[in-house]
Design a protein around this ligand. Structure first.
Ligand SMILES: [Zn+2]
Length: 319
């Protein structure tokens, strides 16, 4: 009996000293797969989920384009480990080195792989760079909390090239810079004139609910209107699959317009934020991934401003 107790206690002791970690802790390896969507043009489509320890933040869309001068990369993922996996995949797929990286905007799933490529090769809109300087570390800290060891050795790397030019040409590919806003203060869409692929960053989502922590909805609608007018063959959104039919532009707009109208109606009928978040989802949006979670977040992001705008001021000095 003593023997068993001692063995049991020894077992307990050792398991306390070395806790059994969940199986994903053994690898921390991203399984990235390139998908060809046009001539010389490859994309990695992230999971349509929120950041979890299981996905390591692989929830974002990345693109790379092989040109005669080198590879052009659009966004770099959520961590240094992701950046390393991306660089390896680019080399295996194209046999080439990276010549240019664009960051579409300052959200952490899009830029925290930057350090692997070198700041001197990375270009972003001036307001994106300013945003990264003030908020980049905070974003990074937050992902360390959410993703733990997936983030090991990740450091914020600020792009050194300001996108103040209208286009850049690498080999046969002319990349037109389309500075816009609405998802954030500065959203860079990019049109590859050689292939007709329109890379929109998070101005477009497809079958994954749009995120709104830095949104200005009226500017976002203006940008979507502009995107629709630009001649293109395929849209590659920031989240969700490549889109040859513009469904990503249309769905993002109709989702945001529905969400805004629901929130306005809720404010006007005096609902609080918790009640407002319980809005019924119309059939056309029911299959959109993480919609319930994102609606809760969007209520937190957008409701206070709408209340301020729409509710009559009642307070001191009001006669
Ligand atoms: Zn974003």
């Amino acid at each position: 009996m003593d023997f068993f107790r001692r063995t049991l206690l020894a077992g307990v002791g050792s398991s306390l000293a070395m806790p059994i970690l969940p199986s994903f802790a053994n690898s921390f390896a991203y399984d990235l797969k390139a998908q060809r969507i046009a001539e010389n043009s490859y994309v990695i489509v992230g999971e349509t989920e929120f950041f979890t320890m299981k996905n390591g933040g692989n929830i974002v869309n990345i693109a790379f384009i092989s040109t005669k001068d080198g590879v052009v990369v659009i966004d770099t993922g959520p961590s240094r480990r992701y950046g390393i996996a991306l660089k390896k995949l680019i080399k295996e797929t194209t046999g080439q080195d990276v010549i240019r990286v664009y960051n579409t905007h300052f959200h952490p799933d899009h830029f925290l792989g930057n350090q692997v490529f070198g700041a001197e090769k990375i270009a972003a809109l001036p307001k994106t760079i300013a945003g990264l300087k003030t908020t980049g570390e905070g974003f990074s800290d937050n992902l360390y909390r959410l993703l733990g060891d997936w983030m090991r050795a990740t450091e914020v790397t600020i792009p050194e090239i300001e996108v103040t030019f209208s286009s850049e040409k690498f080999g046969a590919h002319r990349f037109e810079m389309l500075p816009m806003s609405g998802h954030t203060d500065a959203d860079l869409a990019i049109l590859d004139h050689h292939t007709g692929v329109l890379y929109t960053g998070d101005l477009c989502f497809l079958d994954r609910a749009a995120t709104t922590p830095h949104a200005n909805l009226s500017k976002w609608y203006d940008s979507l209107k502009e995107l629709k007018k630009i001649p293109h063959k395929i849209v590659f959104p920031g989240h969700g699959p490549a889109d040859p039919t513009d469904r990503s532009i249309e769905q993002t707009e109709s989702y945001l317009r529905w969400l805004e109208a629901e929130l306005i109606a809720s404010v006007k009928s005096g609902k609080d934020m918790i009640e407002a978040a319980k809005m019924p989802i119309p059939k056309e949006f029911q299959s959109i991934k993480v919609i319930h979670d994102e609606i809760e977040r969007s209520v937190a992001h957008l409701y206070p401003n709408l209340e301020e705008k729409l509710l009559p001021f009642v307070g001191q000095g009001n006669k």
